[in-house]
Design a protein around this ligand. Sequence first.
Ligand SMILES: [Fe+2]
Ligand SMILES: [Fe+2]
Length: 305
Amino acid sequence: MSDKNARPYGPVASERTPLKARKVSFSWEDTPLHWIPGDPFATHTINVLHLLLPAGERWFVHVYRQVLPHIRDERLREDVIGFIGQEAMHSQAHDEVLPHLRELGLDPTPYTAQVDWLFEKLLGDRTLPPGRARRWWLMERVAIIAAIEHYTSFLGDWVLNAEELDRRGADPTMLDLLRWHGAEEVEHRSVAFDLFMHVDGGYRRRVRTWATAFTALVFLWQRGARFFMDNDPTPAAGRASFKDFYLGGQQGVLPSTGDLLKSVPRYLSRSYHPSQEASTAQAIAYLATSPAATAAATATAERNT
Ligand SMILES: [Fe+2]
Ligand SMILES: [Fe+2]
């Protein structure tokens, strides 16, 4: 209750920023398998992002292209177009990590094949006739994306502040990928929710789709972490467990379980708006120094001269 009272009601205008995709690229050849040294479990728990995001963010883009004709607000349309550009780039950047994992002896294909099926078939367009059923399914997916984006923003904010990863000597290229992506998640954190509120906004739908998204994320994440740990070529890697997740959170190498649980009632609060979470200024400050984002900015400037 006190949490709710302490928060501003509705959108915080100063948190809005124009969105653009940064055409980043990363070289993976120097990144070790356990890029958080000595911590295969935390490494692989975060690595699950590379399994889920290529298909997941491609799916966001696919759904949003269908929603564009339903948008009656020019500013929101611009935001959605910026969001599409950023998510397409995120999907590609995480996809490019997978061949490197394969070279290190960890083939992700058995898992990514299932994730592809989930997003393309189960959450795909289905063969619905134009009309109510088709619109219902589109709105349902728009609401699911808004719920997922609550967590991508949560994770983005977490990784931007996860100084323990620096202290542990985590691989700088992987950290830059995660923080560039995390910063853009924070930058565009209001778009999916604003879009959902604009085209539907039903509270029951928000709660229902949050439950779907949360359950699916927990399920896919623990299966992904287990998949990586079971297939890690290092004999001492061990097995994935919830206890290790909890301890990783306590140590600061993973998000804390308590913070994750506390974020739930915030999303379900009727006064929720994503701009009340995280900091756009921090995201922009990171992007101004990120090696990948600054290289992308230089390359774009050179192309334009
Ligand atoms: Fe993203
Ligand atoms: Fe996002």
